[in-house]
Design a protein around this ligand. Structure first.
Ligand SMILES: *Cc1c(COP(=O)(O)O)cnc(C)c1O
Length: 355
């Protein structure tokens, strides 16, 4: 450790990303990446960006925000663009939380929430999921701090209907409710909190191009909210990193945001594969939580998730295992293409047969 590191930096417990191995070819089902390429126009956008690489990007990301706004029936003033939704969440923390504030979030959920709580000096108030891994909305009424909630939740894959998010908004009218919708495109109708933006001024929706739009490598996230909240976030962004979204990512994001047809095609494929794999796993005796995402959270009775994950790794397949009292029995498996998932099902069958 550096002898110059500050005590608060030394005390951090950083986020641990899923492995991105270089040692051999794996079937990567561990970080919820999209197995299909992004919208075809993204390639041309990146070629243009290569020619324009000497120039700084638009610090307002105006055209990109316009394109995202249009995809959601909003105006540019309702949109903030960020370098991945992780940065979007960080900007929200920096803008709307003061050091020492309480922040409420479910557990287990996205591992970044406690990390950011620590980084920004917030008092983390994790609220355990119910026995069946659902968010117990009754616990989210009248809280004494802002709320961050992933919907659908990760790593469980379970979604709350939009009406339940509305109950949280109504139950905390003077608290900000940040809804992380990284997986909402895979959830079908009635999940996104988008229709609530009109009636609730305490709602921030976080989205990403990393999952359904197949752009994890380009880093693009966004926030949808009321114009006054976006303006507040922009104050902080311009005090931190005005060029946070690269020229390449802005151009690619515009191309992707405009191609609703490609998005629909990808979603249809992934959801069909997800349901087929869930059925195959259940037929082999695994417990599989109902998923509204591009991953499955599942357990093989009698074998811990760590052991199952290690056996799959030996067979060339990477999945995510999260240690912890509620998650250790499970693995989280991203939905790849049909070939990837056939290989995964075959590997699970072999593991069961050989024990
Ligand atoms: C993947 C993920 C993100 C982060 O996405 P990026 O836009 O790639 O930073 C945010 N929240 C949840 C719940 C995720 O699973």
């Amino acid at each position: 450790m550096s002898r110059f590191i500050s005590p608060s930096a030394a005390a951090l417990a950083p986020y641990v990303p899923g492995e991105q191995p270089a040692d051999r070819q794996y079937i990567k089902l561990n970080t919820n990446e999209c197995p299909y390429p992004p919208a075809p126009a993204v390639a041309a956008a990146l070629e243009r960006a290569a020619r324009e690489a000497a120039l700084y990007p638009d610090p307002e990301a105006g055209a990109l925000r316009e394109a995202i706004a249009e995809a959601y029936g909003l105006r540019r003033e309702n949109v903030l663009a960020a370098n991945g939704s992780d940065e979007a969440i960080a900007l929200a923390c920096m803008t709307f939380f003061e050091r020492g504030d309480a922040v409420y979030f479910p557990v287990p959920s996205y591992g970044f929430y406690p990390v950011y709580a620590q980084l920004f000096g917030l008092r983390a108030r994790p609220l355990p999921l119910a026995e069946d891994f659902t968010v117990n909305v009754d616990h989210y009424i009248g809280l004494e701090g802002n709320i961050i909630i992933a919907n659908p939740n990760a790593p469980t894959g379970i979604a709350l209907p939009c009406g339940e998010i509305e109950r949280i908004l109504r139950g905390n009218p003077d608290r900000l409710v940040v809804v992380d919708e990284a997986y909402v495109d895979f959830a079908g109708d009635g999940v996104t909190a988008l229709p609530l933006l009109e009636d609730y001024d305490n709602l921030l929706i976080i989205g990403t191009f990393s999952k359904s739009r197949a752009m994890a490598g380009l880093r693009l996230g966004y926030i949808l909210s009321r114009p006054e909240h976006i303006a507040a976030l922009e104050r902080v962004r311009f005090s931190f990193h005005p060029y946070n979204v690269s020229r390449a990512t802005q151009l690619a994001g515009i191309a992707a945001a405009r191609d609703a047809g490609h998005l629909r095609t990808v979603l249809t494929r992934i959801v069909a594969t997800r349901e087929r794999v869930a059925e195959g796993l259940r037929a082999m005796g695994l417990e599989v939580l109902p998923s509204s995402t591009n991953f499955l959270f599942c357990a093989l009775p009698g074998m811990g998730g760590g052991e199952l994950g290690a056996k799959l790794r030996e067979k060339g397949i990477l999945v995510r295992w999260l240690d912890g009292p509620r998650t250790a029995a499970y693995i989280r498996v991203s939905i790849g293409n049909n070939g990837h998932m056939d290989a995964f099902l075959r590997a699970v069958r072999e593991i069961i047969a050989s024990r």
